[in-house]
Design a protein around this ligand. Structure first.
Ligand code: GTP
Ligand code: MG
Length: 133
């Protein structure tokens, strides 16, 4: 089976949505194999978001992810990467995420869209190593 890295970002943790996210992962049939609350330092944030360096929202992204604890988890199952991206919904919670998805149901702004999910199996392995060693 495939693995993916899921984060409940600071907005999701502060709004008390860790359980909601875990519940949707479990109802989909995916398995939770690790779960840890972490405070993110600048170095971890830079490595996690390396692909976005230089973009207009990069500094905002780093300050947001380092602003408060996140819940990091490793999620496993058949096609886990795509399956979680489906239940997360598109990046923009209003224009792209469909109702029924985490972002479509629970978020309003792209900069605070509750969850992160790895975008490919290769990204997933890199990110799991980065977050869980
Ligand atoms: P992640 O699962 O969080 O990686 O989201 P994604 O793969 O759907 O989006 P992407 O990797 O392109 O962007 C990473 C994160 O940066 C997004 O989840 C958003 O929170 C944020 N982001 C992306 N585009 C924008 C933007 O145009 N403006 C702002 N403020 N934030 C953005
Ligand atoms: Mg991404």
């Amino acid at each position: 089976d495939e693995r993916t890295l899921v984060l409940v970002k600071p907005d999701g943790v502060q709004r008390g949505l860790i359980g909601e996210v875990v519940s949707r992962i479990e109802r989909k049939g995916l398995r939770l194999v690790s779960l840890e609350l972490k405070t993110v330092d600048r170095s971890l944030a830079e490595q996690h978001y390396a692909e976005h360096e230089g973009k207009g929202f990069y500094e905002e992204l780093l300050s947001f992810i380092t602003s408060a604890p996140v819940a990091a988890m490793v999620v496993e199952g058949p096609r886990a990467v795509a399956a979680f991206r489906q239940i997360a919904g598109g990046t923009d919670p209003v224009e792209k995420a469909v109702p029924g998805s985490i972002r479509g149901d629970l978020a309003l702004e792209t900069g605070s869209n509750i969850v992160h999910g790895s975008d490919s199996p290769e990204s997933a392995e890199r990110e799991i190593k980065l977050w869980f060693g």
